[in-house]
Write a new protein. Structure first.
Length: 88
């Protein structure tokens, strides 16, 4: 699993762009590809990483499975994503 904020950092884009891509392509992200953390999962995660951007987040993050991450990479237009995909 990888969080939307970590995906954004990895690909050199904003978390908003990651979530917008998922929102604009719901047919490409079945429930087994991505999900939103529950409030208790999010609170637990935030308590472990007080200095992270999670402490400032207003919404619970999305988590991506390996398949979800791959699907996201196929629809994003970042040059970093293209470079990352060409190495796999």
């Amino acid at each position: 699993m990888i969080l939307d904020s970590d995906v954004a950092e990895l690909y050199g884009i904003t978390t908003k762009e990651v979530n917008q891509a998922v929102k604009n392509n719901p047919e490409k992200f079945p429930n087994s590809y991505t999900f939103e953390l529950t409030k208790s999962e999010w609170d637990n995660l935030r308590s472990k990483f007080l200095t992270a951007n999670l402490a400032k987040a207003r919404f619970a993050p999305k988590a991506f499975t390996e398949k979800g991450l791959y699907m996201l990479a196929t629809i994003l237009k970042s040059s970093v994503v293209v470079q990352a995909m060409s190495k796999t």
